[in-house]
Design a protein around this ligand. Structure first.
Ligand code: PHE
Length: 337
């Protein structure tokens, strides 16, 4: 029996040396306890006089093993701590991880800048709906039934009378219906046209302006545009008005700015002309005023509409409108401030 105990002691101590985790030590202890139980179970078969001596041996064995387990438990705990610390070690000499922060999209930047410039001149912002009725987008804007812009090829119709607005001019009507002059509003937003090439996108942004008051003339429009050009581009930027046509303005003009790239000498950006077309404008047609219940003999007004992408392309020298919508990070990164 003594021999059996000694070999068991040796094998358990040997296994104990190899334990490195609390769990394996605990499992070893369970198997030791099971063995001990079997040994103790053998006691009942011994002659009575041998029992005390046997009991003493087993007891001594049990106590010494428990002490060994306890000692190993302290070592294992230390080992586990060391392992944990090694895993959690922070190398303070390592360069830090750089997190990229988001930034505003160039269209948002230009839109904000435009709003800044115009609110500095006293314009209030009004945002109309993107889904419009035929009435607000065309009819009230004096657009005849057979006007090409009303064609299915140019406009996205949702139902017979509902469409994705093709111009922020629809907002002019909503404002004039809701407010009495004097009116001075700026209406930014998305517009939609069935158009798709290097300079046109089916969705783009416009910024509409409308001023209605007594005695407003084309000179006011010209003066305000001159101020806008200087603030948005630079002091040397000049404005040129060319006669044009829009159903909702009379007279109507196309507005060119002197090329910001070459200063008017002529370059690739302005196709050698020195001028770049940036917006449509004009005096609000008297029929439009009448449609909104504004007396055209008492009030006059001007309106203008510009493409935000176009201004962004000019300002940042972007030559394909698609670049603004692809969301390629290498392009967008350039606008981080
Ligand atoms: N709505 C016109 C367009 O989209 C622009 C415009 C607005 C022209 C206001 C005149 C007055 O082309």
């Amino acid at each position: 029996m003594q021999a059996k105990i000694e070999s068991l002691r040796a094998s358990i101590l040997d296994a104990m040396e190899k334990t490195e985790t609390g769990r394996s030590l605990y499992e070893l202890k369970l198997s030791f306890q099971a063995e001990l139980k079997t040994i103790m179970g053998g006691m009942k078969d011994l002659p009575k006089e041998e029992k005390p001596a046997f009991g003493k041996i087993v007891n001594e064995f049990k106590q010494s093993m428990e002490a060994a387990f306890e000692a190993r438990a302290a070592v294992v705990k230390q080992l586990e701590m060391e392992k944990k610390y090694a895993a959690e070690r922070i190398d303070i000499s390592m360069p830090g991880r750089k997190y990229k922060s988001g930034a505003l999209h160039p269209i948002t930047l230009v839109k904000k800048e435009l709003i800044d410039v115009f609110s500095g001149m006293g314009f209030k912002v009004f945002e109309g709906p993107e889904i419009e009725t035929d009435y607000y987008n065309f009819t009230a804007l004096n657009t005849p039934k057979d006007h090409p812009a009303r064609d299915m090829q140019d406009t996205f119709y949702l139902a017979e009378n509902l469409l994705l607005r093709t111009q922020t001019s629809a907002g002019q009507i909503r404002v004039m219906e809701a407010e009495n002059p004097p009116i001075k509003i700026l209406s930014p937003g998305r517009v939609f046209r069935s158009d798709d090439d290097a300079t046109h996108s089916p969705m783009f942004h416009q910024m509409e302006g409308l001023v209605v008051d007594k005695g407003i003339t084309l000179c006011d429009l010209q003066g305000m545009l001159g101020e806008f050009a200087k603030r948005m581009f630079n002091e040397r930027t000049k404005v040129r008005l060319r006669p044009s046509f829009f159903p909702f303005t009379e007279p109507s003009v196309e507005v060119d700015l002197s090329c910001s790239e070459c200063g008017g000498k002529g370059c690739r950006l302005c196709k050698g002309t020195g001028w770049i077309e940036v917006l449509g404008a004009g005096m609000v047609n008297r029929h439009v005023l009448e449609n909104c219940g504004v007396d055209p003999d008492e009030y006059t007004g001007f309106a203008f509409g510009m493409g935000v992408e176009r201004i962004a392309m000019l300002k940042y020298g972007v030559n394909n409108i698609k670049t603004l919508f692809e969301n390629d990070v290498r392009f967008l990164e350039q606008f981080e401030d």
